[in-house]
Design a protein around this ligand. Structure first.
Ligand SMILES: [Zn+2]
Length: 346
C-alpha cells in the first residue's frame, strides 16, 4: 500500500483551511495526516508526532493554534497526526484507539499488523524520507499531574529536547513498539506527556513547548536548556489484578480490595516516605498487586508494605502516572515508581 492511501498531506496550510477551532479542524481531517511547514533553513527538518492516542488532544490543540498564528519555523517542520480515526469518533477526542483496533503507539514494530500497523509504517516512511534532526511525540496522561518526558536514551540531546517542555525525564529500557524507539535510528526522540487531557495547563504547555521547539536555532544542546532535567531510571509498574476492585474514597467502605483517597493524584512526582500511608488494602492484602520492572522481575516487598490495613511505601519512593480513573487503573496500571533518588527500585 502506498503512503498516500494511508495518509493525507497538508503543505503550509493556510489558516482559512484549518477551521476556527481544533474541533473544526478535526472535522476536516479524514485520515492520519502529515503537515509540512517550510522553515527559514530549508536544509534541516524537525519532526513532531501527536494524537497517536485519540483522546490526547494537547498536541493537536497546540499545532492548530501555531498554524493559525502563521509562525515561520527556524527549520522545516514535519508534523504527524496519528490517531485521527479514533479522535473523530463522537464525542471527539474521547477514545484512545478504535474499539476493534490496536494501540497505535504499540504498533511501530514488525510485522506492522492491521490498520494501525499500516499507519505506523507509513509514518516511519515519512520520517525516513524527511531525515529529521530530532523527533517529539506529544501525549497527555490519563490522570492529571505535572508534565514529564520519556526516552529510551538518556544523553544531552534527549535532555535538551525534554527541557523545552519539562524538567523530568523518565528513561526506560522497556521496548513496546512505541514511536520513541525511533531513537534507535540515531535521531534523538522523546515522548512528551503534557499532563491531563482535560487540563488547560497541559494545552498551554504543549503550545509553549512547540513554540520553543520551532523557533530555536538549536534544540539539541544542553547549554541552551531552560532548566536542569531530573532523570528517573527504569520505573517499576504497579498493576492491579484483573479481578480486584478499587475505590477512591476518603475512607474504605469495606467493599473494595484497594482504596485510595480521591486526591491521590496530588502525589504525582512528590516523594512519599515510608511513614506516609498511601491508601487501604482489603482482606486479600498485597496479593492483588504486582510490581513489575522493565526486565520483568517482580518484587513487591521493595515497593509496598501493609500495616493495620493501610499501605505504606517500603522505602522512600517517587510515584507518577497515578490515576483516579478506575478503568485505567485496572486496564493499564495503578502507578509507576522509582526510588526517591530517581534510581530503579529493582
Ligand atoms: Zn498517549
Amino acid at each position: 500500500m502506498s503512503n498516500s492511501n494511508v495518509l493525507d498531506y497538508l503543505n503550509d496550510p493556510s489558516p482559512r483551511t484549518l477551521g476556527r477551532s481544533p474541533l473544526e479542524w478535526l472535522d476536516r481531517l479524514h485520515k492520519p495526516t502529515v503537515v509540512r511547514v517550510a522553515g527559514r533553513d530549508r536544509s534541516r527538518t524537525r519532526a513532531m508526532a501527536t494524537l497517536l492516542h485519540g483522546n490526547e488532544p494537547s498536541g493537536l490543540f497546540a499545532l492548530h493554534r501555531w498554524l493559525i498564528e502563521q509562525h515561520t519555523p527556524e527549520v522545516n517542520m514535519l508534523f504527524l497526526l496519528g490517531g485521527v480515526y479514533p479522535a473523530k469518533i463522537p464525542p471527539a477526542f474521547s477514545i484512545r484507539q478504535l474499539p476493534e483496533g490496536r494501540d497505535l503507539n504499540r504498533s511501530f514494530k514488525e510485522p506492522f499488523e492491521g490498520e494501525e500497523g499500516a499507519i505506523a509504517q507509513a509514518m516511519l516512511a515519512e520520517l525516513h524520507k524527511a531525515q529529521p534532526e530530532c523527533l517529539l511525540d506529544v501525549h497527555n496522561t490519563s490522570g492529571t499531574g505535572p508534565a514529564f518526558a520519556v526516552t529510551i536514551t538518556n544523553d544531552a540531546a534527549h535532555q535538551a529536547l525534554t527541557s523545552l517542555f519539562t524538567d523530568r525525564l523518565i528513561m526506560t529500557d522497556l521496548r513496546l513498539g512505541a514511536l520513541m524507539e525511533y531513537s534507535e535510528q540515531e535521531v534523538p526522540t522523546v515522548t512528551i506527556e503534557c499532563g491531563g487531557a482535560q487540563d488547560d495547563q497541559a494545552h498551554q504547555l504543549a503550545y509553549e513547548g512547540l513554540v520553543r521547539y520551532t523557533s530555536r536555532p538549536d534544540v539539541l544542546s544542553l547549554e541552551k536548556a531552560e532548566w536542569d532535567v531530573a532523570v528517573l531510571r527504569n520505573p517499576i509498574r504497579v498493576e492491579l489484578a484483573p479481578e480486584a476492585t478499587i475505590e477512591y474514597r476518603l475512607e474504605p467502605s469495606g467493599q473494595a480490595d484497594l482504596t485510595f483517597p480521591p486526591d491521590i493524584e496530588h502525589r504525582n512526582f512528590g516523594i512519599v516516605s515510608p511513614d506516609e500511608p498511601l491508601g487501604w488494602i482489603g482482606e486479600k492484602g498485597l496479593n492483588i498487586l504486582t510490581a513489575i520492572s522493565h526486565n520483568r522481575t517482580e518484587n513487591m516487598e521493595q515497593v509496598l508494605r501493609v500495616k493495620d490495613g493501610q499501605i505504606y511505601p517500603a522505602q522512600a519512593l517517587k510515584a507518577f502516572m497515578i490515576t483516579t480513573n478506575p478503568v485505567i487503573a485496572k486496564s493499564d496500571c495503578l502507578f509507576y515508581a522509582v526510588k526517591a533518588t530517581g534510581e530503579p527500585i529493582f
